[in-house]
Design a protein. Structure first.
Length: 122
């Protein structure tokens, strides 16, 4: 995905996510930056603010991106659908798009890539 969109992936999260990335059989690319367990909340908000596009689950990144009117693709399961995302119609933001499937592993990478390309080109 990073080569097609020409963006540098930056991974953010807590110590748990850092360990998950380090122990994952799929390795992140050499151009990726792993900032898990290395950022303050202020730095994290700045990363979202200065990013061209963020891809996240139904987490703070999506909500910060919506608040800052930044481009974000939220990938989530249908668990608690509508509780946090997708946002209600009165609060919609065309820069925040949600892909929601019954099970998160059913998200199609081609669909996600297509939406990222659309967001990045607008």
């Amino acid at each position: 995905m990073e080569k097609q969109i020409k963006l540098t992936p930056i991974y953010c999260g807590l110590e748990l996510e850092k360990k998950l990335i380090e122990n994952c059989p799929l390795k992140i690319s050499d151009t990726s930056i792993n900032l898990c367990d290395k950022t303050t909340i202020k730095e994290y908000i700045n990363l979202v603010y200065y990013s061209n596009l963020s891809v996240s689950n139904d987490s703070s990144c999506t909500h910060i991106a919506k608040f800052l009117n930044k481009k974000n693709l939220c990938i989530k399961s249908k668990y608690k659908e509508g509780y946090f995302t997708p946002y209600p119609s009165y609060s919609k933001n065309e820069n925040v798009i949600t892909i929601s499937k019954k099970y998160i592993h059913n998200v199609n990478i081609d669909e996600a890539l297509s939406l990222c390309l659309d967001l990045n080109n607008n």
